[in-house]
Ligand binder design. Structure first.
Ligand SMILES: [Zn+2]
Length: 147
């Protein structure tokens, strides 16, 4: 909706519906521009939206303020497969509550500092920081191992 915010957000086929400050953080409500989901079973697009339960996803800070994105979590029905599927997001790994770019950032920060320090500075728990680090570490190991 807001051209300038969309430019700042810089995520594919995504627009910012609203942006507000809540408990010392910036909350951006997102909407996807494509009203279709890609079925993981047959790779066909479905327009048959069954439900949408948005989730909060942590993203990189803007102007020094922590950011939470309210991301649509859409479930579609695929007629050929006769089943429901939840679409996968291009900028958030499956079942994660952080954007990929935020997880990359935390992974690098931990390597330069420590889990304790990053946890304090990002206002995340020690377990959350360690969880991100483990997730990224496993991902990179799989990427190099698979080649
Ligand atoms: Zn299908």
């Amino acid at each position: 909706m807001d051209f300038h915010l969309d430019t700042l957000l810089n995520l594919p086929d995504t627009t910012v519906e609203s942006c507000l400050r809540q408990e010392q953080q910036v909350v951006m409500k997102l909407r996807f521009l494509l009203e279709k989901g890609n079925c993981p079973g047959c790779q066909q697009l479905s327009e048959d939206l069954h439900q949408n339960r948005p989730v909060l996803v942590r993203d990189l800070p803007v102007f020094g303020q922590p950011v939470q994105l309210q991301v649509p979590r859409r479930q579609f029905y695929c007629r050929p497969c006769q089943r429901y599927f939840t679409e996968s997001l291009r900028f958030v790994d499956w079942e994660r509550r952080y954007t990929q770019r935020y997880e990359d950032y935390i992974y690098q920060r931990v390597q330069a500092a420590s889990i304790e320090q990053v946890s304090r500075e990002e206002n995340l728990s020690w377990d959350q920081v360690q969880g991100i680090f483990k997730h990224k570490f496993a991902q990179q190991k799989n990427q190099t191992g698979g080649q």
